[in-house]
Design a protein around this ligand. Structure first.
Ligand code: SF4
Length: 376
């Protein structure tokens, strides 16, 4: 989506990044004393979510840049950390939780990155492995035309051995990654789905073939890669479609270059349903039977989830028996039924992912124990 308006918080109006970003965008700029003025602008009109995708706010992050991923204790959580350098997204997926997560949902880019670098230095000093990603509150690579943050992050992560950076995307904006000295400390990750889901539910994203081609380019440049089958959508014929995605994936990407693959089925907070119905009238994803999960989100019945997970896991394992495969927010029963073990039997989910990161990315910090402490 094209940007139509930029708001700049007056306190940071003179920051060098503001001029650099505004120079790259053909849209009127307005400096505001308070962000309430910008929030009021995006909240008016028939579709505030779309308005928020066409409006950029340049401001400060007044909270922490590094945050724990908001998992829930009821399910197996991976102890990921979010590098919150920006919010929201200019692509438009029907199921996107960010439509209801921010109030209002609007593109925000934080220019006070001096604070971010300070927080990252603390991460690099920890005596354990850290897994940090920028792709939870935004898509990691939608900012490539406006900012040089990605190459700077890749460069800083390359010169330490205790943390990895995961860049998650549905774009193919990888041109600038070629030739960077990444030292395998940055993992490029794509969200994958069937062609049908991409066409119906993921507006303004790239095709499956384009994502896999971009992944292949990154592999050729020496980057480790990862893939997220999330959210998997259950529909008639979905099994053969997901099988086709897996076959395409391994045609492009050799399994030994993949750090991890996650699986998660469509889930949503109840408030998202009406929004999807209003904004995506052609979408069918909410017209299914769902049950409330322990975290209050609506999910497919567990037997349905386990049925598709089991098949996908078998198809992946047939080609890539050693790849680290995990579920996002599922309980031990799902793990045991579909993968044959609970995360605790492998030392815990965070420990499994730490070990995969250590093996693929050459980390030297100790892997944490299942109580969250390091083990020597
Ligand atoms: S690409 Fe990701 S962040 Fe962007 S709209 Fe889709 S789900 Fe949301």
């Amino acid at each position: 989506m094209k940007l139509h308006k930029i708001f700049v918080e007056r306190e940071i109006a003179e920051h060098h990044q503001v001029a650099e970003i505004c120079d790259n965008i053909d849209a009127p700029v307005r400096v505001v004393d308070t962000l309430k003025e910008a929030y009021a602008y995006v909240s008016k009109g028939k579709d505030p979510v779309s308005m928020g995708k066409q409006t950029l706010i340049l401001c400060q992050n007044k909270g922490a840049f590094i945050k724990a991923c908001p998992g829930t204790r009821e399910y197996n959580c991976c102890s990921y950390e979010i590098l919150h350098m920006a919010s929201f997204c200019n692509m438009d997926c029907a199921y996107c939780i960010l439509q209801t997560y921010f109030h209002p949902p609007v593109l925000q880019y934080f220019v006070n990155q001096e604070d971010m670098w300070n927080e990252l230095e603390q991460v690099f000093m920890r005596d354990r492995i850290s897994r940090v990603g920028t792709g939870e509150y935004t898509d990691s690579l939608i900012w490539e035309n406006y900012s040089d943050l990605t190459p700077k992050l890749i460069q800083r992560f390359s010169s330490q051995t205790r943390a990895i950076l995961e860049l998650k995307t549905k774009t193919v904006a990888v041109d600038r990654l070629k030739g960077l000295d990444h030292n395998r400390k940055t993992i490029l990750a794509w969200s994958l789905n069937t062609e049908k889901v991409i066409q119906l539910e993921e507006r303004y994203t790239t095709t499956l073939a384009a994502r896999l081609k971009a992944a292949r380019r990154c592999v050729d440049w020496g980057y480790p890669v990862a893939f997220h089958f999330d959210p998997m959508v259950i529909y008639e014929g979905c099994e053969s479609d997901y099988n086709a995605v897996i076959q395409q994936l391994f045609t492009q990407v050799p399994p030994e270059n993949i750090v991890w693959i996650s699986l998660g089925t469509f889930r949503f907070i109840p408030a998202l349903k009406q929004l999807i119905q209003a904004r995506f009238p052609a979408s069918g994803i909410v017209y299914h039977e769902f049950v409330p999960g322990l975290d209050g989100k609506m999910r497919y019945f567990k037997p349905l989830r386990m049925n598709i997970y089991k098949k996908i896991a078998e198809w992946i394992r047939a080609v890539a028996p050693d790849v680290c495969l995990y579920f996002c927010m599922e309980d031990d029963e799902v793990w045991e039924t579909c993968l044959g073990y609970a995360p605790s039997e492998a030392g815990g989910l965070p420990e499994m992912l730490d070990a995969a990161a250590a093996a693929h990315c050459g980390l030297t910090a100790p892997v944490r124990s299942s109580e969250g402490e390091k083990v020597s």
